[in-house]
Design a binder for this molecule. Structure first.
Ligand SMILES: NC(=O)c1ccc[n+]([C@@H]2O[C@H](COP(=O)([O-])OP(=O)(O)OC[C@H]3O[C@@H](n4cnc5c(N)ncnc54)[C@H](OP(=O)(O)O)[C@@H]3O)[C@@H](O)[C@H]2O)c1
Length: 342
């Protein structure tokens, strides 16, 4: 049976590198690129077909930050395919990132310096905005749209004859301290990216609790620091090129500087090679690269002070899985309901 794989944010960076690696591994794969910009999606498809002319690569229009687009895309996917083996939730944004210079200089002269460079912890702030759905954009794109997609594709993901795997691209920037149960969309803070990635770590844990007995497994990965459009939004590409020798040097001390999209996609690819049921539901799988440039994947426990936290947060959402989607949205974020029905 040919495996069916859906990748969000597949037209550039880590997502595109993953697609390339998946097709090199399994030429029979049915690969669907889910992207918001169809021109860029078609360019990515053509690039993949150059190296894999026989590959079956289709496109799906999906703006994961727009809930109506998610519902439409899920419907279209269900009409085209009757199974889904791997769902890569990789699309993500970090809008208007700013480096906190004060935190940078403070960290530079502290014992925390390697950790600071390895994770970006406390270094970056972002300016979020509200989408037409009434949601915070970062929350909607990085987390909620993907959650809705999982929910809508549940009939394909939960099938009797095979297990399926949902894989979230998280970050080492996912921090407990950036996330608050009182402000799950991070409306009040300045680190919505970190908050959304921490929430996706928790959601992955909760999905395992709820779905493993129905054959659906969830994993979360961290790609390390990778040179992509996302990082070029933080500092211009010429700057990164300038400091590249320093980063190669730092890589001797920290293996999280994966740097290339190929290396960054390692954990995503590694998971494709595993049996979903053999994975640790509490682990976050890290793409790592040694000082000599060898890439590998290693699991670390998801950093959460209490597993109960995730369950408190997500249980009510997951428990209403049998409801119509508008009710699900109503329970999760009441103000979104009207927009979805417009
Ligand atoms: N680069 C890093 O160092 C790093 C570190 C940790 C985690 N990550 C995570 O890795 C993932 C991939 O990012 P990347 O580094 O490869 O950056 P990237 O090249 O900018 O890729 C992001 C992808 O997400 C897509 N996307 C963004 N908003 C979307 C939306 N509303 N609907 C559909 N697609 C959308 C983008 O499409 P467009 O081309 O249309 O914008 C693009 O294909 C993200 O989740 C990011 O948070 C990256």
């Amino acid at each position: 049976m040919k495996k069916v794989v859906l990748v969000t944010g597949a037209n550039s960076g880590i997502g595109l590198a993953l697609c390339e690696r998946l097709l090199s591994q399994d030429a029979q794969l049915q690969l669907c690129l889910a992207c918001r910009n169809m021109q860029r999606a078609e360019a990515a498809r053509q690039a993949l077909l150059v190296s894999h002319p026989q590959a079956q690569v289709t496109l799906l229009h999906l703006d994961v930050g727009n809930m109506r687009s998610v519902l439409r895309a899920a419907e279209e996917f269900k009409q085209k395919y009757n199974r889904l083996d791997y769902l890569y939730l990789n699309a993500g944004i970090m809008p208007n990132p700013r480096v906190d210079h004060k935190a940078f200089y403070k960290g530079l002269f502290s014992s925390n310096v390697v950790h600071m460079f390895a994770t970006g912890e406390g270094l970056l702030t972002q300016e979020d905005k509200v989408t037409p759905n009434g949601l915070q954009e970062v929350f909607a794109t990085n987390l909620f749209g993907h959650f809705l997609l999982v929910r809508e594709l549940e009939p394909l993901l939960c099938q009797m004859d095979h297990n399926s795997l949902v894989i979230w691209t998280s970050s080492s920037n996912a921090r407990r301290s950036a996330f608050s149960l009182d402000d799950i969309q991070h409306q009040k803070g300045r680190e919505p990216y970190s908050s959304s990635k921490y929430a996706s770590d928790l959601l992955s844990l909760a999905l395992n609790r709820h779905y493993n007995n129905r054959g659906l497994y969830s994993s979360v990965i961290c790609p390390g620091l990778v040179m992509t459009n996302l990082t070029y939004g933080i500092l211009p590409s010429f700057f990164w090129t300038l400091i590249m020798p320093i980063m190669w040097l730092i890589r001797i001390f920290t293996n999280t500087f994966t740097l290339s999209p190929y290396n960054g996609a390692d954990a995503l690819f590694w998971l494709f090679m595993q049996k979903p049921e053999s994975l640790d539901p509490m682990a976050k799988y890290h793409s790592l690269t040694s000082g000599l440039g060898n890439n590998y994947t290693q699991p670390h426990k998801v950093r959460t002070d209490s597993q109960i936290l995730s369950l408190i947060f997500f249980m009510p959402i997951l428990e209403c899985m049998d409801f119509h989607v508008s009710q699900l949205l109503f329970l999760f974020v009441p103000f979104i309901m009207d927009t979805v029905h417009k």
